[in-house]
Design a protein. Structure first.
Length: 321
């Protein structure tokens, strides 16, 4: 954390970037970080990703943040938040930026750090928003209600409404609730799915393939959008592990697993997805129970999905009865 603070203190111009198809933790952490750094006198701009869902759009709207496609400066400090792989970053922005580049993340990382000047990863943090909140405290920056709301929503959503939780999450969130009302967080954290996302979930479930391994169910399917949401839906419907693939403009696989298997040692972000995409290009990473892969050869999607099933099957078979 001391080294991270040094990079931030040395920079005057900061551009904050997050991954493609961002979730509330990515955008909430990015905008919250921008607001915190501005209180230190920094000039900060936040990247504008085109593919935002309604939940994230609502967060941008109430924050009042003007997202930009390109920074107004070419040097300074580029901070990438909540992004486990370089393949999930806008390549043109990353390559064109001439200043120092650092990452702040909580995912398991497998790719090389050579393109970054510094990488700060805390895999024990359930959300990147926790790291950003604790960073603000280390910087002695007072959190305002808008920033508190951004971070609180991110913490709730990335913990899957506290399905994945620990004392650190609750301790930080309880401090945030001294600033903002809990109901205000829930209004966006649990806002209804839009029509397109509901259709994607239903279509994905309708074409799902099921694999029965002992007392567990593995589900795979394909969709053209909302891969993460479809993967969550399959778990909600009864699958123990789900893999959802897409090979449109960007090749992508999102995966989810129930906590029972995670507690027994399954780690999608460390042991499954990075292994199955080897030889097909792209990058993979994430959490034990929620992970993704991007940028692989689209012709290999079916092979990779089957390899995912095979790897999880082998894991289940290795478990003591």
């Amino acid at each position: 954390m001391k080294r991270l603070l040094e990079y931030i203190s040395e920079a005057n111009d900061v551009f904050v970037v997050y991954h493609v198809s961002p979730d509330p933790d990515a955008v909430g952490s990015a905008i919250a970080l921008a607001r915190i750094l501005r209180k230190l006198g920094k000039r900060v701009e936040v990247f504008k990703e085109s593919n935002l869902n309604d939940q994230v759009k609502a967060m941008v709207e109430f924050s009042g943040e003007e997202l930009v496609e390109n920074p107004s400066f070419s040097e300074g400090l580029l901070i990438v938040v909540d992004t486990s792989s370089k393949s999930m970053i806008n390549k043109a922005i990353f390559d064109k930026f001439k200043g120092k580049k650092i990452a702040i993340d909580h995912h398991v990382r497998r790719d090389e750090y050579s393109d970054f000047d510094y990488v700060f990863v805390d895999e024990t943090a359930i959300a990147t928003a926790i790291i950003i909140y604790e960073l603000a405290k280390d910087l002695n920056v007072e959190i305002d209600p808008v920033t508190a709301r951004l971070l609180g929503i991110a913490m709730i959503t990335d913990s899957a409404n506290f399905v994945i939780a620990d004392s650190r999450l609750f301790r930080n969130l309880s401090e945030i609730l001294e600033i903002i009302d809990y109901q205000e967080l829930l209004n966006i954290a649990n806002m209804p799915l839009n029509f397109s996302e509901r259709v994607a979930r239903l279509k994905g479930a309708g074409r799902a393939k099921l694999y029965f391994v002992d007392d567990y169910i593995i589900a795979t399917t394909k969709t053209s959008a909302f891969e993460g949401s479809v993967a969550r839906a399959l778990i909600e419907l009864g699958a123990d592990v789900s893999f959802v693939g897409s090979s449109n403009d960007h090749t992508r696989i999102s995966s989810r697993a129930r906590q029972e298997l995670v507690q027994r040692g399954l780690n999608l972000g460390r042991d499954i997805l990075p292994k199955v995409i080897e030889g097909y290009g792209g990058d993979a990473g994430g959490h034990a129970g929620a992970a993704g892969a991007n940028g692989f050869d689209k012709k290999a999607l079916d092979l990779i999905l089957q390899a995912c099933v095979d790897e999880v099957t082998a894991f289940i078979k290795s478990l003591p009865k």
